[in-house]
Design a protein around this ligand. Sequence first.
Ligand code: SME
Length: 150
Amino acid sequence: MDKKNRYLNALNTADKILHDYKIDEIGKMSFISSILMNEFQEWIFCGFYRTVKKELLQIGPYQGKIVPCGHIAFNRGVCGASATKRKTIIVNDVSTFPGYISCDSETISEIVIPVIKNDKLLAVLDIDGDTKSQFDSTDQSYLEKIALLI
Ligand code: SME
């Protein structure tokens, strides 16, 4: 199945589960990380870093084959850059990203999407892949839609 259809499956499932269901944001992030990882089993990591205090992210619900780092300051890594700019960041080759935080030796590319609600940066959604340029504008557009479900 192509990437677009896999995202449509994930979006449908997430929409069904989260629509009209009273669950807090951490619960929603748990469902979303699990739904995405089930659809994209080749990913190394798919998870949320939540804003827990000023300019600090902390690991939230995630799925993956690695143990991620617990905290990321806004001035560090791809996650911090996405949190600061409030923009999606796609990194085709993590070895070229200044200040990249490495949690494992397999990750080659990465996409980070900000999760914004009522103008507040709740979290970032971080996804790691083992192939160069694994993420593109298709990933960005569907993941940004999924982030709006939180
Ligand atoms: N690589 C990320 C850190 C988190 S891990 O990939 C799970 C970064 O540079 O922000």
